[in-house]
Design a protein around this ligand. Sequence first.
Ligand SMILES: Cc1cc2nc3c(=O)[nH]c(=O)nc-3n(C[C@H](O)[C@H](O)[C@H](O)COP(=O)(O)O)c2cc1C
Length: 170
Amino acid sequence: MKIAILNGSPRKENTTAMAEAFREGAESAGHEVTVYHVGQMKISGCLGCEYCHTKGEGSCVQKDDLEKILPAYKEADMIVFASPIYYFSMTTQMEAAIQRVYCIGKPLKAKKAALLLSSGSDGVYGAATIQFKAYMSYAGIEAAGVITAHGEENKSEAKLKEVKEFAKSL
Ligand SMILES: Cc1cc2nc3c(=O)[nH]c(=O)nc-3n(C[C@H](O)[C@H](O)[C@H](O)COP(=O)(O)O)c2cc1C
């Protein structure tokens, strides 16, 4: 499978460690993986102007780093959303990356998706998990799994092993 990992963290720390563990596991099982560091990109929020659905014929009126992540939505068989929790949600950068898919409608090829979340505290994943499951259901994509890490679990050997094993099992 072609797997795209969208990493919504602006830092190369906890979420990135989970994304890299996922990449390692998936590659060891023969999958082709690309990590998109959307947290470090400049992707604005959708303007809702409908240019993409009229004159733009699928292209967005805003010219920014969306172009860099469109292959994830157009070509990947699986999309992995990885993000730290910021105020009970995924990062603003990740939300923008998710919502700007509007120009092409839904991910075109993805059949599976997963969610990797990192946070300071436990029990803060409700909103992000509900959003992920609802979005995947709407898009007709199987929500294959959700893995969370809080506090000391972040970057722990046990957690990274869990992520790797999950990626291998796909
Ligand atoms: C702006 C901001 C908001 C945060 N909000 C929460 C929160 O609501 N709940 C929580 O448990 N952790 C919160 N955190 C902590 C991060 O989720 C946590 O440190 C996470 O592991 C960071 O991942 P990263 O190293 O990949 O950036 C917040 C951190 C920042 C910078």
